[in-house]
Ligand binder design. Structure first.
Ligand SMILES: *[C@@H]1O[C@H](CO)[C@@H](O)[C@H](O)[C@H]1NC(C)=O
Ligand SMILES: *[C@@H]1O[C@H](CO)[C@@H](O)[C@H](O)[C@H]1NC(C)=O
Ligand SMILES: *[C@@H]1O[C@H](CO)[C@@H](O)[C@H](O)[C@H]1NC(C)=O
Ligand SMILES: *[C@@H]1O[C@H](CO)[C@@H](O)[C@H](O)[C@H]1NC(C)=O
Length: 385
């Protein structure tokens, strides 16, 4: 019996790079200000904490530069942005600590992300509300942060918790999830000097949904935003030429309920794409220590359309379920971080079966966990190798 054509194609699209040891970095959301280096062995499925390093500030969000030579780091405790050189898979060196300035003077931030192509600017946005702002940073020849090249204001009631970057017809666009003002903003970047200006803003379909994080499908047709208060993902259709939002086209729930009242027990946190772009991971947190959170994974069509939910599993502890980081070396693994109890846990998709839409999975199971109960852990995890 031959391999079904569909499965064969999918295998081609989703290489699993088995390396045994994979390295991650995980930041602390609050003090003590540190970043932890972890190792995950994909053969024994063991996860261990290798090293904890003090940092410039506690970091609500960390992200690699395009070449993984540096980490960019936002902070809710201090009004500054840091960058660290990755000396080796477990060691970081602070190279820059830049005070928030311009429209962001004295403002803290919950998110930072760097461009994946020239000229490699990085962008941050401020949290919490009011009077949110953003900053654009130039980078030096080693990829570390250099200086603030522009800053911009959102609206008075704004608090921006997540950004997504995309390129469209040579134009660099920034989508901002304005949790407090219930808007997704679209800004454009002038590539020659990093200057940023608004090109549009799109109100959420219902008031009080509170978009928190968002991500653009590589095909450029869809943007997905996780709604913190509504505990859902909304799929938005993008104009493929301009990147502007045309309409919202689907809303899927991240918690297993039908009544509006129950949504107040949860607040949804993160949405991320798997390596192949076929699986969309999302998290919902319990608002108190007794409600477990949920991890949901959706199957996407070739063009990025959400086809259906493959699974929704409760987390193993109450509260938590902060962020989810799909591995870049396999479609099946993701690292989940918990703030509250303080741990990092690896989930693996399981129960694969071939369907007309490619490989589907029936569940995700926790395979490894490390407790880091220092009171500040954990913000987000990023896979280094
Ligand atoms: C920024 O912080 C400095 C130092 O605390 C303070 O003197 C200044 O008034 C603040 N400016 C604004 C606009 O908040
Ligand atoms: C927003 O801020 C501007 C400038 O400070 C002010 O003029 C305006 O009244 C504010 N609007 C609201 C709704 O607070
Ligand atoms: C950046 O370049 C654009 C386009 O040339 C120009 O309009 C803008 O004024 C420049 N901004 C800065 C801060 O130099
Ligand atoms: C958490 O929420 C549940 C459901 O509303 C409630 O029964 C429980 O008392 C809450 N626990 C705490 C510690 O607030």
């Amino acid at each position: 019996m031959g391999i079904p054509r569909r499965l064969f194609l999918l295998v081609g699209f989703t290489p699993t790079v088995r390396a045994a040891i994979h390295n991650l970095f995980v930041g602390n959301l609050y003090t003590p200000a540190s970043i932890h280096a972890l190792e995950f062995n994909d053969e024994t499925e063991e996860l261990k904490l290798v090293r904890t390093q003090p940092t410039d500030s506690s970091h609500a969000w960390i992200a690699f530069d395009h070449a993984k030579k540096n980490i960019y780091a936002a902070s809710l405790n201090e009004a500054r942005i840091a960058s660290y050189r990755v000396a080796n898979p477990t060691t970081l060196e602070l190279t820059k600590s830049i005070p928030a300035t311009g429209a962001c003077l004295n403002k803290t931030s919950a998110f930072i992300e760097g461009m994946s192509s020239e000229p490699y600017y990085a962008f941050s946005a401020s949290w919490p509300a009011p009077d949110a702002c953003g900053m654009a940073f130039s980078v030096d020849s080693n990829g570390g942060l250099a200086s603030v090249v522009d800053s911009w204001a959102y609206a008075n009631e704004s608090g921006v918790h997540g950004l997504a970057l995309t390129r469209r017809n040579g134009k660099q666009l920034i989508y901002s999830a304005d949790t407090s003002a219930d808007l997704v903003w679209i800004h454009q970047v002038v590539r020659s000097n990093g200057s940023v200006s608004e090109v549009g803003r799109f109100p959420m379909p219902y008031g009080g949904m509170n978009p928190r994080h968002l991500i653009v499908h590589p095909g450029g047709k869809y943007l997905y935003a996780v709604m913190e208060a509504d505990n859902s993902i909304t799929q938005f259709d993008l104009d493929v030429e301009t990147g502007l939002i045309m309409q919202d086209s689907l809303r899927v729930m991240l918690i297993p309920i039908g009544t509006q009242a129950d949504t107040t027990l949860y607040w949804s946190a993160d949405v991320q794409l798997s390596l192949s772009g076929r699986y969309l991971w999302a998290t919902a947190r319990g608002r108190n220590a007794t409600e477990t959170g949920f991890i949901s994974v959706y199957l996407l069509g070739d063009d990025g359309r959400i086809l259906r939910r493959m699974l929704r599993v409760p987390t193993t502890g109450g509260g938590g379920t902060n962020h989810i980081s799909p591995a870049f070396w396999s479609d099946e693994y993701a690292a989940m971080t918990d703030f509250g109890q303080g741990y990092v846990q690896i989930f693996k998709l399981d129960g694969p079966r071939d369907s007309r839409d490619g490989t589907e999975y029936t569940t995700a199971r926790p395979v490894a966990k490390v407790d880091i109960a220092d009171g500040g852990c954990c913000a987000n995890a990023i896979w280094y190798s």
